[in-house]
Design a protein around this ligand. Structure first.
Ligand SMILES: [Zn+2]
Length: 232
């Protein structure tokens, strides 16, 4: 019996990159460069000076169907030494947190993220929160280790998978529809960005380790998803 999800103790970790390297930040950087280029062009072409600097939003990335809260957004502690994930991965592994329980707004989900990071990093001595991403019952995704760092969530499978935790206890009830939908959309984004193979296999944590995770109800739910595989 475990209180927390039984994540992988063979942690390899990654460094204090904060949100650097994450695609959202790259997008913001590109957007900033474009804005500044346009600003310079306007300044030169109109002779106008003193235009306001472009305002860059740094803690959130808005996709078509959901928001992604970056590490800065949930006030993550920096991670440690890096291990790059070889992508695209062939496996997506689904977890539940069990505890912390379900969260329904950014503040509570951010608190849940910090508590998971505290447990993994301070109590277990790992380099960072174990999961690559989390999804809350608020329908938002939260950046864990991100797309391109090896996680610590499924022993023996971390180097070839993306681990997504659906925050909450999903033993007897399924997550809200919006949480399920965001999880699917997050995987779709991972495919679009080239981090997840289009031929990926979706599995639950229990298929690669003796654990109740991701909860009986959630496991039954993901068993109906398109890319679910009974074989790892
Ligand atoms: Zn798990």
């Amino acid at each position: 019996m475990h209180i927390w999800d039984n994540t992988d103790p063979q942690d390899t970790g990654y460094p204090s990159l904060g949100v650097q390297g994450f695609v959202c930040d790259l997008l913001f950087l590109i957007r900033k460069m474009i804005q500044q280029t346009v600003l310079v062009f306007l300044t030169i072409s109109t002779g106008a000076f003193g235009l306001p600097n472009p305002r860059i939003l740094g803690n959130e990335c808005s996709y078509k169907d959901f928001n992604l809260i970056t590490r800065a957004g949930w006030n993550a502690r920096p991670a440690r030494s890096p291990t790059s994930l070889s992508t695209p991965v062939e496996l997506v592994i689904i977890h539940h947190s069990y505890q912390p329980g379900a969260c329904f707004n950014t503040e509570d989900c951010s608190t849940a993220m910090r508590s998971m990071q505290d447990y993994h990093q301070l109590s277990n001595g790992w380099d960072d929160i174990g999961y690559n991403f989390a999804v809350g019952s608020d329908g938002q995704a939260y950046e864990g280790r991100g797309w391109d760092r090896v996680g610590a969530h499924a022993a023996g499978f971390n180097i070839r998978s993306i681990g997504i935790v659906l925050i909450g206890d999903w033993v007897s009830i399924v997550p809200p529809e919006i949480q399920l939908e965001t999880t699917k959309q997050l995987i779709a984004v991972g495919i679009q960005l080239g981090y997840i193979s289009p031929e990926y296999r979706l599995v639950g944590h229990r298929q690669v380790r003796a654990t109740e995770c991701p909860g009986e109800a959630l496991f039954k739910e993901i068993s109906t998803w398109e890319r679910f595989s009974p074989d790892v």
